[in-house]
Design a protein around this ligand. Structure first.
Ligand code: BGC
Length: 735
């Protein structure tokens, strides 16, 4: 539709119809026989209002959505199509590793490809918009939603944000098999005080701009057509009512002209935040901040008309919001083809090409934290290591996709046990889970359902005994353990970030009878794994790998694939250190001198995390040498080239993540110890040496100076290149 026609459409709409475009409901309102009365009563809205709704969330399925679209368009006064939105987080039917694991791939092209696959599967299921990527910077592992982020680093997050947007949207959201991305949660939702979900956020303006905003901006720059506001307050003002952030930063400074949606009921929550006296006031604050769509409440629908009639909300505000929503529908091509790519023949089927791709992709998210000659497991064909006992509840757990995969089919999920049996490796092995992911008798309130473990203590004990016996008779033990997936995600903050106690108990008992333990750890956050680290000889961190978890884990355990992930978030030593991250400031009392009480340190724990950001082993090893820079001075027009030689000194080909960090030695405000500024994931064959080149520009040296100007200040800089954030090869240059 032309812009002119779209404007004509807007001007022919009543105020009620325009308000309708700003309302998002769930699919429950639209039933085969018409409009459901139950949800209407619950939301105190009437049938005419439902007929004007602009979009629907969380309803999927090609046939279902086509029918719904037909029925809705027939009753909508101007026959305007609905937009269908949903949370497709790490895949639709084919589920990929959780976003935190995707961050560990350090492979933006791979992340783009995963998003592109997710886009195709969701587009065919009738979806037009996904509420993804979540690009909130995260540094507090107590927060359950760290699993939805790509981690603690500013630069890595920005790269992944942009990659995901490109994958979902391609060059246009109207194209076949493309959907719109939605950057969320704007802003700083990832820094709740004490890691408690929905809690307030306190950040200095400098930290917000320098560290938290770049990933949102990168998504907007990559062309994201939707942004979602966040639940939290920032400096005591709820973001959903923060005009400065929504209008000045997002729209004026960043030039975002897409649609801004509230998070679930976030406009109504302005009342609970105590910044609005009632729903009417909340509606006023929401629209004043420029929030276009109210997600699932009646706050806009029941209050905007009155506010307009009274002259408090100018008609122009409503027109602007409604026009943006109509223009979005137009960009998606819905006026010409309201079903977009919904395809009953494709939807609901497993796409074997996608599954094969997921199997190849997952090992790139696995981080090998420790390996004392245990992995890969040799078979009789190579170098028989004797018998292996496969223990732990994750051997036959089917919840292996993370807690935000509401549309995948659990029956598609390949457990470790199934994959092991199909592989039938040339070793002698037994499988004894030993317990379930939840403890005996445990009742657990999950994300959309409740979970129970009906086992009695006695039954669990008997399972454990069998597993311990198997461990005592085996030469090696693989223990697949970890957090139950619902212990992570929204509303899943924890103060003890450990593996559930009954599983630890199993681990301890196994460790008493067998020294050769390989732990495969499933979790949605970095955990305190000190005890495991002490007793296990190998630790493979696999997060939640997705639909083909079993295949991917077995591929890595038996060496068909190598783990090439590097930590996107530091693994703390203990919870008391949290938030712990590599790019911290020096402090005035930095040196960790045990003889000097008055330095910045803990009495009972080191300052360093157990495993640092960027860390991860491979099945081969690398040597770095010959770091060189093209010049010792840099200027705006003369960037410098940094080169390093990386040799694969091991016995097999590998994928190394070469990381470049910069330290600004003196600034007008305190500068971080170092910051990741570039990385390259490269294939290096056994015995081969590759020269990796990076370019440093003055843009990479910029920060908010003492006057809040974004500048690179003259002075000395150090550049470190290496395997992780502790890289020690170093050169220096001056600006
Ligand atoms: C979450 C969002 C999500 C929305 C819609 C909210 O509770 O915070 O991330 O997109 O629900 O499902």
């Amino acid at each position: 539709m032309t812009e002119e026609k779209l404007k004509e459409l807007l001007s022919s709409m009543t105020v009620e119809e325009k308000i309708g475009q700003l309302v998002q409901l769930t699919g429950d309102f639209f039933i085969d026989e018409g409009i459901a009365t139950g949800p209407m009563e619950w939301l105190s809205i009437n049938e005419d209002q439902v007929k004007c709704t602009g979009s629907i969330l969380s309803t999927v399925g090609a046939k279902k959505l086509k029918d719904l679209q037909d029925r809705y368009m027939a009753i909508n006064p101007h026959h305007i199509p609905l937009i269908f939105m949903a949370d497709v987080i790490n895949g639709y039917r084919t589920v990929f590793p959780i976003p935190l694991g995707q961050g560990c791939t350090f492979n933006p092209e791979l992340v783009e490809e995963m998003a592109s696959v997710a886009a195709k599967e969701s587009a065919r299921a009738g979806i037009h918009v996904t509420f993804s990527p979540m690009v909130d910077l995260v540094r507090d592992a107590r927060w359950g939603r760290v699993m939805e982020s790509t981690g603690e680093d500013v630069y890595l997050n920005a790269r992944m944000s942009s990659a995901a947007v490109k994958g979902y949207q391609g060059s246009s959201i109207g194209d076949k098999d493309k959907i719109s991305a939605c950057i969320k949660h704007f802003a700083a939702y990832g820094a709740p005080v004490a890691g408690r979900d929905y809690n307030q956020v306190e950040l200095s303006e400098r930290t917000l701009k320098e560290e938290y905003l770049p990933a949102y901006k990168a998504g907007v720059d990559a062309g994201a057509r939707m942004v979602m506001t966040s639940f939290n307050t920032l400096g005591k003002l709820p973001c959903t009512a923060n005009e400065d952030l929504m209008k000045k930063t997002l729209r004026e400074e960043w030039g975002f002209d897409g649609v801004l949606i509230s998070d679930w009921a976030a406009i109504k929550e302005l009342v609970f935040h105590s910044v609005a006296e009632n729903d009417e006031e909340a509606a006023y604050l929401g629209i004043k901040a420029g929030v276009d769509i109210d997600m699932v409440t009646n706050v806009y629908i029941n209050n905007l008309k009155k506010l307009i009639d009274e002259g408090r909300v100018p008609m122009q505000w409503l027109d602007d919001c409604a026009y943006r929503v109509l223009a979005y529908k137009n960009e998606l091509g819905l006026f010409e083809n309201p079903y977009k790519d919904a395809d009953e023949d494709y939807d609901g089927k497993v796409d074997s090409e996608h599954m094969a791709f997921a199997r190849k992709a997952a090992p790139e998210s696995f981080v090998l934290l420790k390996n004392e000659g245990m992995l890969p497991i040799p078979t009789k064909a190579t170098n028989d290591c004797g018998s292996v006992a496969f223990i732990g509840p994750y051997m036959n757990e089917t919840n292996i996709c993370g807690s935000w995969t509401i549309f995948n089919n659990n029956d598609d999920n390949i457990t470790l046990e199934q994959a092991l049996k199909e592989r039938n490796p040339e070793i002698s092995y037994v499988i004894e889970p030993g317990c379930k992911t939840l403890a005996a008798g445990q009742h657990f309130v999950g994300f959309q359902s409740k979970f129970d473990n009906p086992l009695t203590e006695a039954e669990q004990e008997s399972m454990m005994e069998k597993a311990v016996k198997a461990a005592s008779e085996a030469d090696r033990v693989v223990m697949a353990i970890g957090e139950f997936n619902q212990m992570t995600g929204e509303g899943a903050s924890r103060t003890e970030i450990t593996i559930p106690e009954h599983q630890l108990e199993l681990f301890r008992r196994v460790a008493m009878v067998n020294d050769n333990i390989i732990v495969v750890n499933f979790s949605g956050r970095p955990l305190d794994i000190r005890e495991i680290n002490k007793k296990a000889k190998a630790i493979l961190q696999v997060w939640y790998p997705g639909t083909v978890a079993g295949y991917a884990v077995m591929d890595v355990l038996f060496g068909d694939a190598a783990p090439s992930g590097r930590l996107s978030m530091s693994f703390p030593y203990n919870v008391g250190q949290v938030p712990v991250y590599y790019s911290e400031l020096h402090t005035g009392r930095y040196a960790e001198d045990p003889e000097n009480r008055f330095t910045s340190k803990y009495m009972d724990a080191p300052n360093d995390p157990l495993f640092v950001f960027g860390y991860g082993l491979d099945y081969t090893d690398y040597e770095y040498s010959n770091l060189r820079i093209s010049s010792n001075t840099i200027s705006e027009n003369s960037p410098i080239k940094v080169s390093v030689d990386v040799k694969n000194v091991g016995w097999r080909d590998g994928k190394e993540v070469v990381q470049l960090y910069i330290q600004d030695m003196v600034g007008s405000v305190a500068r971080p110890l170092r910051q990741l500024k570039a990385f390259d994931k490269v294939d290096i064959k056994a015995g081969e040496t590759k020269t990796i080149d990076f370019t440093i520009t003055t843009d990479m040296l910029k920060f908010y100076d003492v006057n809040m100007n974004y500048v690179a200040e003259p002075g000395e800089f150090k550049v470190y290149v290496g395997r992780d954030s502790k890289a020690s090869l170093c050169e220096s240059f001056r600006l």
